[in-house]
Design a protein around this ligand. Structure first.
Ligand code: SF4
Length: 390
């Protein structure tokens, strides 16, 4: 796949109906009344960032959260209108929405499809209701089935399902059940995440106080290997450590991150990388809205807006490290040596030859004239390998 110099745009919708027990994302409950003001603020932030932006095309839009599916079609219409009137968005752009299964029904999805959304990422997480109850998710497995069926009926032919493994109480058979159920829905894409117990979440507290058992790392590794096997048999190709797709259905938006290519991040707490600046926005929706309500124009240099909280310039050395850390996650492509040379003016092996050679000897990396990539064994120890390139 060719590396694109187009931009991607991520839009963060920081509202949820309830908070899942494992979630540490920048998202808030009981704030839905702010959504209309938030949509106005996001509209303004889009105008602000576009005001000082250089010429570029945009090839992906991604609405993440939080729970973007809490917004109505007319609210999306306003945001899309701002995006299309302020940026040069490719006619075949990938336009993705993250969604909770229980927000999805045929009329809603039909409206979204008509607005131009062409990819749906559904937070299924598990097909075992005990896991969903532990997470305090708002849905059960039947709702996932109904959501997928409504999405197909509405014309979505590019569906992702998010799944989580390494859950307390979860057995290998439970995980097999989840994978089988997900595969029975014929998704074009699957993202599988090992559960991370994030500080400050109710689930981490419950594990720390022994109310819930600690997940077993060895069992989680077995679950990963089972997934690799089952998804390959089902014709899904692994293209990233945590992601599988039918041919031609890789997430173009996420590939932008893994290639370490530019993307704008809009909305509270969203991260972006553009014009050699890595930045993030104000976390609080109230502060975000207030800042943009006060803004009359944007005097800040691209890609900053009045809602930008932090911005750091990325020097060449950091960009190289970040590119290696991200691109080594790509299990097929790895780091493309020719593209690396073209981008940084140096051969990867001249720069990191000793480190690469050490991991080749350990059977964790493989090198050809085209690429440097993780071996299957290296994928299991990817954190250790990637750290060495920082
Ligand atoms: S729906 Fe997603 S973003 Fe919202 S609380 Fe649950 S995991 Fe977090």
């Amino acid at each position: 796949m060719a590396i694109s110099d187009n931009y991607a745009i991520y839009l963060h919708i920081p509202f949820c109906a309830t908070k899942c027990t494992y979630c540490a994302f920048n998202t808030y409950v009981d704030m839905e009344t702010l959504i209309p003001a938030f949509v106005d603020a996001l509209y303004k932030e889009i105008q602000c960032v576009a005001q000082n932006a250089p010429e570029f095309s945009v090839h992906t839009l991604y609405f993440g959260g939080g729970t973007p599916s809490l917004l109505t079609p007319s609210q999306f219409e306003v945001i899309l209108d701002a995006l299309f009137s302020n940026f040069n968005i490719n006619s075949n752009a990938e336009i993705s929405l993250e969604a909770n299964p229980n927000d999805l029904n045929y009329p809603y999805l039909k409206n979204l499809r008509e607005l131009g959304f062409n990819r749906l990422s559904i937070g299924m997480q598990s097909a075992v209701d005990r896991d969903l109850r532990l997470f305090e998710r708002r849905h059960d497995t039947q709702m996932v089935d109904a959501a997928v069926s409504a999405a197909r009926q509405a014309g979505f032919d590019n569906l992702n399902l998010d799944l989580i493994y390494g859950i307390p109480y979860q057995s290998l058979d439970d995980w097999r059940t989840t994978l089988q159920h997900a595969l029975s829905l014929s998704p074009e894409h699957l993202s599988l995440y090992a559960l991370t117990l994030e500080g400050g979440t109710p689930l981490k507290d419950a594990v720390d106080t022994h109310k819930v058992p600690q997940p077993d790392d060895d069992l989680a590794a077995d679950m990963y290997e089972l997934a690799v096997e089952m998804l390959a048999e089902a014709g899904l190709e692994q293209y990233e450590i945590s992601n599988w797709a039918k041919p031609g259905y890789q997430s173009r938006h996420n590939l932008q991150y893994w290639y370490n290519k530019p993307y704008l991040g809009l909305g509270p707490g969203a991260h972006g990388f553009a014009g050699q600046i890595r930045y993030s926005g104000l976390l609080s929706p109230q502060k975000y809205i207030a800042k943009l309500q006060q803004a009359t124009s944007n005097d800040l240099p691209f890609p900053r807006t009045p809602a930008t909280a932090r911005a750091v310039t990325v020097n060449r050395e950091t960009e190289i490290s970040e590119t290696l850390m991200m691109s080594l996650r790509l299990t097929q492509e790895g780091v493309n040596r020719a593209m690396f040379h073209e981008r940084f003016g140096v051969d990867l092996l001249n720069l990191h030859g000793q480190t690469v050679e050490r991991f080749v000897q350990l059977g964790l990396l493989e090198v050809t004239s085209e690429y440097v990539r993780l071996t299957p064994q290296g994928r299991l120890l990817s954190n250790m390998v990637l750290r060495e390139f920082v």
